[in-house]
Write a protein that binds this ligand. Sequence first.
Ligand code: SAM
Ligand code: DTB
Ligand code: SF4
Length: 339
Amino acid sequence: MSAVIRNDWSREEVLALMNLPFPDLMHRAGEVHREHFNPQEVQVSTLLSIKTGGCPEDCAYCPQSARYNTGLKAHKLLTLDEVIEKATQAKNAGATRFCMGAAWRSPKDKDVAQVAEMVSAVKALGMEACATLGMLSPPQANTLKQAGLDYYNHNLDTAPEEYGDIIKTRDYQDRLDTLENVRHAGLKTCCGGIVGMGESREQRANLLHSLATLPEHPGSVPINRLVQVEGTPLHGTAMLDAFEFVRTIAVARIIMPKSMVRLSAGRAEMNEELQALCFLAGANSIFYGEKLLTTGNPDVEADQALFARLGLRGMPLVEESKTVHADVLCSDKTQSCAA
Ligand code: SAM
Ligand code: DTB
Ligand code: SF4
């Protein structure tokens, strides 16, 4: 199996991987995973919605768009103290990355200044910091980098052909431009998409192809399964077949071998067997904590129990010589997870 990192995948190659018999696809994904990562380790991120709802965009999946009546209560930007409290809780529960999300099309400069303070506070706690605030200009990306931000999350969300059916208020190129600004500022990218929005297998392959042919593979690739929220246009979409979801994870692992592939939104609606298949397919990151941004996620206790049953543990931060999360997300209480 080749360890070469490729940005020149063709659409045909990616679709051919998607079409492999399931056992062959899983075997190949497992091999690639083991070549680059310890398959017992899963990176653990906690999300916090720092500014909720009232978003002017029309993303058809999103409960936070002001255009849809989802019953969500909008909330202005949290205070620095509120964010520090939540980040501290996340760290104590075993998260190593804290991701702050805001329902903005693009932040104002004064918003970025406030988020920059939050980023510095999260870094001071010894966690990786990630933010997802919408479209960013080059100076805004630089400000966040200066504050210590590690990752910026900005998803492609769909294949290019499907995009106009899902979002009309900004285009694919806008997303690529923000990703370019983020990379140029020296930030790592967290970039993935959503499946289960009624797309075909070929469109899922095309989303993965777009991700794997970016100038650099994203450091993290969140694969979200649509969380259906009443009031959004996509509510009532036929549920994606579970094995199709696993295939998407497996192909992401094969074509972006060094990226963290995150089993992201939708876990609350998945049973543990499906989640285990996703880990076997090469997923090695999760969102951890009872809430994503506005919707539910498995309880911390349920995830700790699942990790213990599967012999998984939280991935330690590379920079750290000892980890703070050894006891909470370690399946073997007699060992340090950092070992
Ligand atoms: N407003 C910013 C933006 O859109 O870039 C940042 C926050 S936005 C909620 C971040 C991502 O959450 C979206 O790009 C999408 O991938 C994901 N997301 C939102 N609603 C979702 C849903 N119902 N199911 C799955 N993923 C969802
Ligand atoms: C990502 O790809 N998924 C996360 C994170 N990046 C910001 C968001 C999922 C949101 C799910 C719906 C909600 O909770 O509002
Ligand atoms: Fe707004 Fe982001 Fe939701 Fe789109 S995904 S409506 S930009 S919060």
